[in-house]
Design a protein around this ligand. Sequence first.
Ligand code: NDP
Length: 433
Amino acid sequence: KKRNPNEVEFQQAVKEVFYSLVPVLENNPQYIKQAILERIVEPDRIISFKVSWVDDHGNVKVNRGFRVQFSNHIGPYKGGLRFHPSVNASIIKFLGFEQIFKNSLTGQPIGGGKGGSDFDPKGKSDAEIMRFCQAFMTELSKYIGPDVDVPAGDIGVGAREIGYMFGQYKKLRGAYEAGVLTGKGIGYGGSLGRKEATGYGTVYFVEEMLKDAGASFNGSTVVVSGSGNVSIYAMEKAMQLGAKVVACSDSNGYIYDKDGINLATVKRLKEVEHKRISEYVNEYPDAIYMEGYTGIWSIPCDIALPCATQNEIDENSAALLVSNGVKAVGEGANMPSTLEAIDIFLDNNVLFAPAKAANAGGVAVSALEMAQNSARQYWTLEEVDGKLHDIMKNIYTKSKQAAQEYGAAGNLVIGANIAGFVKVADAMIEQGI
Ligand code: NDP
């Protein structure tokens, strides 16, 4: 806290990991001697830069850009870019720190990093988005590369933004380095299945967790927060597995459709027309729209999948979910539950799938995109989805086994943190200081 004052999100992420690691440190004094915790918590470098761009009215605008390169012990720095007005050093550092362990869990050769800007894409024209992305990449390009640091999307950054940034990077380099960004369009180096990967992966992970407890998605009622990239594909896979998804949201409010949400309508509203989720009720008058995004957790459900943003479930929302009989929570977003909320779930025997493990499918398929780019090949959707499914099953097994091994059976928070940490820590020792 002294070294990183006011960085509350970063402190929260570190606290969760460090608490989990106590039994590992007790059994492995070399990690203490080698100052692994002190080293892993300090990014290799934090880059902060100015992004000036011109809006449609000729006004010059200035935003702040970030790239935090945390660890490249098991592969190039890898992690998304977030464009949202709330972005600051603390948020990028918490995301970059979590990314180290998540990327390690995937079993793919990728290190940890994260970046973004306090730019707000909402209400901007396509031309403004393009000019911002070009200005952002003009600076970022100095610090990235296919073997150095490979950004991808996150909140506010999808295929359109990746496309504009890739175009600018290509101009600046004068070379076609496809592997510098992931989440690219399918026609120019993107991987089939990447768009779906985080949402599908979260559901695959939760499915494994449910299976172990003798349950399944089939016939269950599900609430999914958000209506962006992760949420839409979490809803799709949950529905494919026989669940009824009754609610989703955006940052203004949530919709509740007791008969089950029509996903094709949500996809059109959000992916094509870029409208607010409130528009849904114009087409389905029996559905309800409520202002405020946290109210979604008052809807009774068997499975809750928070897929919007950090700290969206606090202790009150967690208690409400428990009193309404929730059986499982799967984190599609990064750090969507506060530490207090997690305690409530664990104390009440709710099956809990932590973000680091449950939402690792996106970055895992990004690594598969990098592999395809390096090999100059395209794999089929079935091939990519099959690999994703195997990776998620593996992450579940690794997390479960690590929890058992270190005396915390059933606690996947501890298991995922330990399994992700040990591999990176050992690589740090083997590579010297
Ligand atoms: P999108 O921008 O596609 O969607 C985000 C959704 O969450 C939107 O519905 C948005 O509503 C809502 N939201 C965003 N910020 C807030 C907020 N402060 N309060 C309430 N609602 C909010 O982002 P993604 O789906 O890509 O990302 C969602 C989460 O998943 C993030 O935590 C991200 O870090 C995580 N994640 C994403 C991965 C990916 O592959 N994309 C990979 C792993 C994790 P609105 O439109 O109104 O802003």
